[in-house]
Design a protein around this ligand. Sequence first.
Ligand SMILES: Nc1ncnc2c1ncn2[C@@H]1O[C@H](COP(=O)(O)OP(=O)(O)O)[C@@H](O)[C@H]1O
Ligand SMILES: C=C(OP(=O)(O)O)C(=O)O
Length: 575
Amino acid sequence: MPLQSAAGGRRRLPCFTLRPRRQTGRISATLSHTQDLDSTALVPSAAVDGVFSSGSIDVDSVTEAEMKENGFRSTRRTKLVCTIGPATCGEEQLEALAVGGMNVARVNMCHGTHEWHREVIRRVRQLNEEKGYAVAVMMDTEGSEIHMGDLPTSSARAEDGEVWTFSVRHFNQPLPDRTISVNYDGFAEDVKVGDELLVDGGMVRFEVIEKIGPDVRCHCTDPGLLLPRANLTFWRDGSLVRERNAMLPTISSKDWLDIDFGIAEGVDFIAVSFVKSAEVINHLKSYIAARSRGSDIAVIAKIESIDSLKNLEEIIRASDGAMVARGDLGAQIPLEQVPSAQQRIVKVCRQLNKPVIVASQLLESMIEYPTPTRAEVADVSEAVRQRADALMLSGESAMGQYPEKALTVLRSVSLRIERWWREEKRYEAMELPGIASSFSDSISEEICNSAAKMANNLGVDALFVYTKTGHMASLLSRSRPDCPYLRSQRRSSAADESVGTHCLSEDMESNLNRMLASLSLFVSCWSTLLLIALEMLTFRYLCCSPSRSSLCPDRRRSATGAATAATTLPRKFPS
Ligand SMILES: Nc1ncnc2c1ncn2[C@@H]1O[C@H](COP(=O)(O)OP(=O)(O)O)[C@@H](O)[C@H]1O
Ligand SMILES: C=C(OP(=O)(O)O)C(=O)O
C-alpha cells in the first residue's frame, strides 16, 4: 500500500528508523522487539513499527507484507541485524537482505575503508528512500583490542603442530609464510613462553614456544580457520592475561576518527567495543551531542569483557542499548559462563528498559553450509525466548556463502518462538521492577504494565499509545505484550513542525477514529480488531460494539491523568 507522507504526497515511507532527524515524517528503524507503529526512538523490544500521522499509518514495506501475511498479532517482533561485508555490500544483495527482514545493517570499522563503508551506507539509505524499506545503520567501533592484521587471502588454515610467527613488525604485503601481524606493539613484550594464545576466543589455539625480538613463535595446538583481524587473547596458568590490555583506552584515536565519520554519515547507532565503564558512554554521548546538535544517534554498549560484566548495570543505564558480544566475551570468560552471562545481560536490559542485541555465532555453520545445525537453531530460539530485542548475524552475512538463507532462518525461528511464547506462556507474569524516578513516571509505568496484562488477558489485536516523547511506548514494550502496538507520537520540535508532522490533535477520540480508519486497510481479513489505547493526558476508557465502525466512548475521567481505551473494529470486507 502506498503510504501517505506527512506532507500529503503519496510515497512509501521507511518504517523502522531510530530517529526521524533526517527523515522526519517517515517511519524509522528501531531495535525494538515490540513493534511499534512509529518507531522514532530506540525502543526496547515487543511490536509493528510505523508512524500514525495525518490519518495514515506508515509502515515499512517488509512489515506491511508481514502484517498482511501473518496478521497483526503474528508480525515479527525480534529485530534482525546483519553485518555487511564483501558477501552483501552490493545493491542487489542489500536489497535481498532488506526483503528478508534485515532491520539494521551493521558496518564493522575493524574492516574496510571509510569509502567502502560510505558506499554501503549510501546504498542502504537509497533502498529506504526509493523502495520503502526502513533499514537502520549501525557503526561498530574497532575498540582497543589486540587483534591480528590482514591476511594475504580472505582466510588461512592453521594445522595441528604447525609453527606460526606472530609479529609486531610492520610488514609490506605479502607477509612471509605462516606469519601473522599483530596490531599491539606491547604484544611481544607481554607474552611469555608457555602462554596459550587464543585466536577468536579459541577457534584456533597456539602455545608460545619462543620470543625473538618483535617475533613470537607459536605452535598450533588446536587447528582451525584464521580470519583477518581476528581477536587475540593470551592465557597464563589458566587465567586470561589482561593487565596491559585493560589499560588501553576504550575508544582509540582511530575509533574517534571512525566516530566522526559515523556522525557525518548520520548513522543511527554507534556500537562501542570493549566498554569498561559507564564513563566512556557518557563521554561519547556528550561528544555526539556537541558534534551534531539535535542528533539522536543511539549508543550501544558492547558487553564483551570482564570489566563490562563487572559494571554491567551502570553501563546499561548510561547506554541506549547493549549488545551481548559473545565472540569476544567468550575469549575473556570461560565458554561455559557465556550462556549465563547472556541471560543476565538480557534480563538487566529488560529491567532497565534498554534494547539488547544477542550477537555472534548464532548460525556460524551457515558461513559454509546452507542449513544450520540443530544446536544453532536451539541457540537462536533461546535468545528469542529470553526476549532479546534483536539478533545479529556476523560472518554469516558479512562473508558467508548463504547470507540470505541465514537471515531466513533467523526470521522463521524468531516468528515460531514468538508464537510459541504467545500461545504457551500467555499468562506468565513478567518480573519487572519499577524503574520510574518520579511519581508521574510511576503512573506511566503502572499504566503500561497493566495495559500489557489486560491486552494479553483479553487477547487484543493491538495496543495504541499516544505519546509525546515516546517514553510511554518504550515502557509498554518493556512488558512485551502479545500484540503489537501502534504509536502516535506528537512531535514538538520546531524542525518537525515545519515539515508538518505535528499532526495529532489533543483529542484522543478523533485520533483514534482516524487511526482506526487507516488501520482497516491492514486488517481487511479479520472479523474484528480489538484495540486498547493509552493516553497519559486524560483518563478515558473507550469501547465500541463490534458492529460499529467508530468509537463509542464510554468516557471516564480521573484525576490521575492516565488513559486507556478499547475498541473493536468491524469487518471491513467479506471474508
Ligand atoms: N567490511 C568488511 N570487509 C571485509 N570483511 C569483512 C567486513 N566486515 C566483516 N568482514 C568479515 O566477516 C567476518 C565477521 O565479521 P565481524 O563479526 O563483524 O568481524 P570480527 O569477527 O572480525 O569482529 C570478519 O572476520 C571478516 O572476515
Ligand atoms: C560482536 C562482536 O564483536 P566483533 O564482531 O567486533 O568482534 C563479538 O565479539 O561478539
